[in-house]
Design a protein around this ligand. Structure first.
Ligand SMILES: [Zn+2]
Length: 375
């Protein structure tokens, strides 16, 4: 099979479930993508990431272009081979991270020039260069190059930025060309303004993409404002293409986004929390560093089948965290990634069976009843 496709198999309210087919395997939606920033999902072997239920990983163009460079990865056989992950990979365009991480940024119609946060070297990212880097990496799902202003921002800034991103979306489409087996996603912008979201979606649809991201959210606006935007923004996008919400989020953000019609998400939260002693469970957040866990023989979560929960007590997890042992980050990252994938599987099943509202009520009740409580 050299082509890609998206098949919606069921809907329940605005929530959707389906399958994205690629030559490297199927992606069940709604999908959560673990983040492999530097060609690794931190503290996890690739086969273990797969064992948690992940169908696809996200790689970061900005980080990989600077180190070890896209050209080097291409010479070594591409990102899948380099990081030993044969299943699908989505790469971001670098646009968001260059604006949040790089030094001495200069934004022009052409693109963004900047200095590396690693060694100060000079670089330029444009729609054409972003498409080239993502092609060198061998990404299965390529993101259009866009500009994403932090919120809150005034309407004029949001409007000018969105229109620039739409011109860049056309340049991304032109530079991507025809690549069977690979998908190009456009990114809707427009901040929290419904009419700008609609204008952006119309511009993207006129260009034509294999999928569409709702961009410019999870940038400081808060959950209520994000959900307010998701109440209308996905509805402007084509129904028969995947919809991706970038950089989201906490479990309740993910559930709320799926409820509003989102098919794909990514976030560093499960692995980052895993390294800082936080476990996400169906009973809320467990801060394993707390002294109350030091004698607790119970697992993190009796119902979880991950190695941290089947092989170890809270007391052990507390001990290795306090002792600064590497296995602490390994076990908690695995647990968190598996819990996030269990949420996705639970939602996929519930949508397929038309009981999403009941599933969501159970999810909310579990988080409220726990001995730790929601964060
Ligand atoms: Zn677990």
């Amino acid at each position: 099979m050299t082509r890609t496709s998206f098949t919606l198999t069921a809907t329940d309210g605005a929530a959707r479930t389906g399958v994205i087919s690629t030559p490297r395997g199927e992606i069940r939606t709604p999908a959560f993508m673990p983040v492999g920033t530097a060609a690794t999902v931190k503290a996890m072997m690739p086969e273990n990431v797969r064992a948690t239920g992940a169908d696809i990983l996200l790689g970061n163009t900005y980080h990989l272009m600077l180190r070890p460079t896209a050209e080097r990865i291409a010479r070594l056989g591409g990102l899948h081979k380099f990081m030993n992950w044969e299943r699908p990979i989505l790469t971001d365009s670098g646009g968001f991270q260059v604006m949040s991480l790089a030094a001495l940024r200069k934004l022009t119609e052409e693109g963004v020039s900047f200095r590396s946060h690693i060694d100060g070297s000079r670089h330029m990212l444009t729609p054409e260069r972003s498409m080239e880097i993502q092609r060198l990496l061998g990404s299965d799902i390529v993101m259009a190059f866009d500009e994403c202003p932090a919120l809150p921002a005034d309407r004029t800034r949001i409007e000018e930025s969105m229109r620039l991103s739409m011109r860049w979306a056309q340049r991304s489409r032109d530079a991507f060309g025809d690549r069977p087996g690979h998908m190009l996603f456009g990114i809707q912008q427009g901040g929290l303004e419904p009419d700008l979201r609609e204008e952006s979606a119309a511009a993207l649809k006129a260009i034509g993409f294999d999928g569409y991201a709702v961009g410019g959210l999870a940038v400081g606006e808060g959950q209520e404002a994000m959900f307010g935007c998701l109440d209308h923004a996905p509805g402007f996008l084509p129904e028969d293409k995947p919809r991706y919400l970038m950089g989201v989020g906490k479990p309740d953000d993910i559930v709320g986004a799926v409820k509003r019609g989102i098919d794909m998400m990514d976030c560093v939260l499960p692995t980052r929390s895993g390294r800082t002693g936080q476990a996400w469970t169906r009973h809320g957040v467990v801060n394993i560093k707390n002294a109350r866990h030091s004698d607790d023989p119970r697992p993190l979560d009796e119902q979880c089948s991950c190695p941290a929960c089947t092989g170890y007590s809270r007391a052990y997890l507390h001990h290795v965290y306090r002792a600064g042992e590497m296995i602490s980050g390994m076990l908690l990252s695995w647990h968190n990634l598996q819990y996030f994938q269990e949420i996705m599987q639970g939602m996929r099943d519930a949508i397929a069976e038309g009981r999403f509202a009941a599933w969501e009520a159970e999810f909310d009740a579990g988080r409220a009843e726990g001995d730790i409580g929601p964060l």
